[in-house]
Design a protein around this ligand. Sequence first.
Ligand code: FES
Length: 191
Amino acid sequence: MATETLPTTETSPPPADWQPRIVGLLCNWCSYAGADLAGSSRIHYPASVRIVRVPCSGRIDPLYVLRAFERGADAVLVAGCHPGDCHYAEGNFYARRRMLMLNELLNFAGVPPERFWFRWVSAAEGPEFAHLIQEITEQVRPLGPYKPELADKFTVLDEIVQMLETMPAVEACPEHAPSDPGEGPNGDTVA
Ligand code: FES
């Protein structure tokens, strides 16, 4: 069955000096520590990311991502521990299930994939975190600021996300064994 995609509202190019606002939802034990390492190692990366520290990526409700967009984020990054490293054993597997679902919904709503990122970042990956922020900034900059016209679509997405979260298929993830390497919604295969 063909999936219909709503047209994107991305149009006019931004000013040359424009910097995107990236909201980073990072788990405390790995990804936030990775960002902290990037800072303490004095690795330079764009000051375009606003970090929100959460206990675990499994704690991140997809609505947090939608709210960030609604309140002016130009891109959102969700990052957690690598598979098998979650401080709470399975939280990142739950996050992966939810973010895959959210990614599909955002695609359907016409949100360019460059605006939503889901990645594993460990506490030792300070340089990788800095490189990731650089990459997001470079890919979002040509798109320009988030368009408020997307708000109507997000209202619908809000309702869909809340409905799906009540379904067992979203919460339960029996196939997620700790040895499962996993794949992020942007198509990255991670070990
Ligand atoms: Fe990092 Fe769970 S503690 S993803």
